[in-house]
Write a protein of this length. Structure first.
Length: 725
């Protein structure tokens, strides 16, 4: 059933007992000036069919900038609980021969979309707040039948012209689905193409690449060096492999990555933390690379590089924190800065316990500051009014300090204090669930939900098994809500498993407008949650999503070893990109950078910290328009060097905790083994040499022979999820 308003636009549709909200402003055509066109829709077989037609009645070919349909599906997630009914554009995928995707709301309802003909591109319609401050919401989506701008190579090319006398017709089908299996069946029906996926979008050297596809599909895989392979072929070189699956003349593309050892990425992250300087600013995102430095020092000491990291710590941190007094000196109300400093001090301590014994004492004093802004409800608050427990992860930072202290007899009372503070905050999260607050414009926001899930799940792991269930249930509830903001189904190793963010570029790399950044450093928050939930539940879903997401994230380190800031998923963004200004005409009022207008899409964006540096100014705002907020005054500064792109290092902090030096063995329901950092050889699992911990969930007795880096499987008795050192 279709419900329209007095203007004839759709307000909602009912399909299979699901009520899908539109915004009452579409569907409608755009870009069809001087072109004869029509748009109509009707319900058929429990689907909304939208018919678009355009005819060039002129005597000349017409080249079109953009022409297509404003869809009108309501994506505007403004407040709780209304956002549970809004559809986020989770996946939109242009192929050379067809188009498919789906919207999903936090309740898990899916609205699929498919077209059996190609479309050039699409555009997400981000809201914009007054004063050129880009917002945190999406209105709806435009589907570009024609578009003249540069498109990703996977898209159809040169769909930019309607010839004289030509008629272009497209049929878009919108349908509901109760599961991914239902979605796949319908998407394949309406596109007449193959929908493909892999359990593993990141594989290890000499591991088979396996593509799941419908009957009648031919699959070829192109290696990084251009060699053509078949399905189930082994990855014999590092890099990205391209999948081409063909059925009915329709080609669907996918990508799989063959990674290096996890240690490689941490070592490169340390190098980049030095070459992309860490800075003293109002934002902890400007010095996040210190984490990679200290974590690399913890596992792989390098005297020269470790000295550089410690020198940078000693240089910049006193501008932002008085560790002796336990006070933040810059923007103290931004309490996530203080929490992040606590986490960093813990890692600094663990990197060299002999030389950095002051770190835990400093962290304790900073923790007292956070406890002072904790209210009776347990939450940590900014300015006494804004719920901030889930802005980054303040309770997790407190727990990281607790874990460092609990094994030290002289710190037992402190450890208890920090545990109890975190418990109060996490109990508040369990009580509130998804009715919580976030930084910036209120919306159903990636970090608000993922940071709640990860903190609740981490805390559950610290409890006796008999006490875990309420916390595990709450964490699972939150991560299920979060699924609409995750790239769980896209057949692309560069983004599969990553969260969907879209307002960070303006602060991190000073590039605008909004665009999907996925992976971004904050994708790590989702991956922490998946790791903890796998340890709590033993569900293979969480393990696969953790590994696929982490594999996508580490690709931010390119083949040349240079760390990139993030990956842009939008196909076609008219962006103002901040780039070095190489002109000789410099004045005191110009920055060592300029804005370059260009089209970007489906590509990695570089960091800017390597060239956008501090001059004489030692501490600044976190980005171009950010003042320097001191404890007792606000100072106008040039913001030379102020940027937040070092937040990408959250990925390597997460990697160190979740997968570095760990092997995972999971027996699936059909008796096969899902292995990471280890390999099945007969009835023996061979473990990678760098592994110190084996996490396994199998239905056999095991004979552990760690000295030979093997695990032998035998017997038929159940075992629990175990961590074996």
């Amino acid at each position: 059933m279709i419900h329209t308003n007095k203007d004839g636009f759709i307000e909602s549709i009912e399909i299979n007992n699901q009520n899908i909200l539109f915004d009452g402003q579409g569907p409608k055509v755009f870009g069809c000036n001087d072109i004869q066109h029509s748009l109509s829709w009707h319900m058929e077989d429990n689907a909304l069919i939208i018919h678009f037609s355009a005819k060039n009645t002129s005597s000349e070919d017409m080249y079109i900038d953009r022409m297509g349909i404003y869809l009108g599906v309501n994506c505007y997630m403004e407040k709780f609980p209304d956002w549970n009914d809004r559809m986020f554009p989770t996946l939109l995928r242009c192929e050379k021969t067809h188009f498919y995707g789906y919207f999903m709301n936090p309740d898990g309802d899916m609205l699929g979309i498919a077209c059996k003909s190609p479309i050039a591109s699409y555009k997400l319609l981000y809201n914009q707040l007054p004063g050129n401050n880009f917002g945190h919401r999406i209105y709806s989506v435009e589907l570009d039948v024609l578009n003249s701008a540069k498109q990703p190579s996977r898209h159809p090319q040169n769909l930019n012209c309607i010839r004289k006398g030509e008629v272009i017709k497209r049929e878009f089908v919108l349908f509901t689905a109760n599961s991914f299996d239902d979605y796949v069946k319908s998407a394949e029906k309406y596109t007449e193409a193959s929908i493909i996926f892999c359990d593993k979008y990141t594989v290890e050297l000499n591991e088979a690449i396996t593509v799941t596809h419908p009957v009648g599909t031919s699959v070829k895989i192109i290696s990084p060096s251009g060699k053509e392979l078949g399905n189930h072929s082994k990855a014999e070189e590092y890099g990205v492999y391209t999948i081409q699956a063909e059925k009915n003349g329709k080609v669907t593309e996918g990508k799989v990555y063959c990674r290096k050892d996890w240690s490689y990425y941490l070592l490169k992250a340390r190098e980049n933390a030095i070459s992309m300087p860490q800075k003293a600013t109002t934002h902890c995102e400007s010095w996040y690379g210190l984490f990679s430095g200290y974590l690399a020092a913890k596992h792989y000491p390098n005297t020269e590089q470790d000295i550089e990291i410690e020198k940078k710590f000693q240089e910049i941190m006193p501008y932002m924190f008085d560790f002796e007094k336990g006070e933040p000196l810059v923007i103290p109300q931004r309490i996530q800065n203080t929490a992040t400093a606590i986490s960093l001090l813990v890692d600094r301590y663990e990197a060299n316990k002999d030389k950095n014994t002051d770190s835990l004492d400093y962290a304790d004093k900073m923790a007292d500051f956070l406890i002072s802004v904790q209210h009776d409800d347990g939450a940590y608050y900014r300015n006494g009014t804004a719920h901030y427990t889930c802005v980054i992860y303040i309770a997790k930072s407190m727990l990281e300090l607790y874990l460092a202290e609990r094994g030290l007899p002289k710190y037992q009372s402190r450890a208890k204090k920090h545990f109890n503070s975190a418990k109060s905050a996490i109990d508040n999260l369990v009580y509130l669930l998804d009715d919580i607050g976030t930084e910036g414009e209120q919306t159903f926001e990636d970090g608000m939900i993922s940071c709640s899930a990860l903190q609740i799940a981490m805390f559950a792991l610290l409890l006796d098994e008999s006490e875990r269930k309420p916390y595990t249930d709450a964490a699972e509830y939150m991560i299920q809500k979060h699924e609409c903001l995750e790239q769980t189904f896209v057949p692309d190793c560069r983004i599969n498993g990553c969260s969907l963010r879209y307002w960070e570029a303006q602060y991190d790399i000073l590039t605008k407008p909004n665009m999907i950044n996925s992976p971004h450093g904050w994708t790590a928050w989702t991956l922490y949650a998946k790791y903890y939930l796998y340890l709590l539940t033993g569900k293979s879903k969480y393990l696969k999503e953790l590994m696929n997401g982490m594999g996508a994230c580490v690709q931010l380190i390119g083949e040349d070893g240079v760390l990139r800031w993030g990956f842009i998923c939008d196909p076609c963004v008219k962006a103002s990109v901040f780039v070095p200004d190489n002109s000789d005409d410099k004045t005191s009022d110009t920055y060592p950078g300029k804005f370059d207008e260009r089209i970007i899409g489906e590509e990695y964006m570089p960091m800017i910290s390597g060239w956008f540096k501090h001059g004489k100014q030692k501490v600044t705002g976190g980005f171009l328009k950010c003042p320097l907020f001191l404890k007792d005054k606000t100072v106008k500064v040039s913001n030379q060097g102020g940027c937040c792109d070092n937040d990408v290092h959250e990925i390597f902090k997460c990697m160190e905790e979740t997968v570095l030096k760990k092997a995972f063995i999971h027996e699936t329901e059909n008796g096969e083994y899902l292995c990471y950092s280890c390999h099945l050889n007969g009835n023996t699992i061979e473990i990678d040499s760098d592994v110190e911990t084996v996490v396994y969930n199998i239905t056999h007795d095991t004979k552990i022979s760690k000295a030979e880096n093997t695990i032998t499987l035998k017997g038929n008795n159940n075992t629990n999820l175990l961590s074996v050192k």
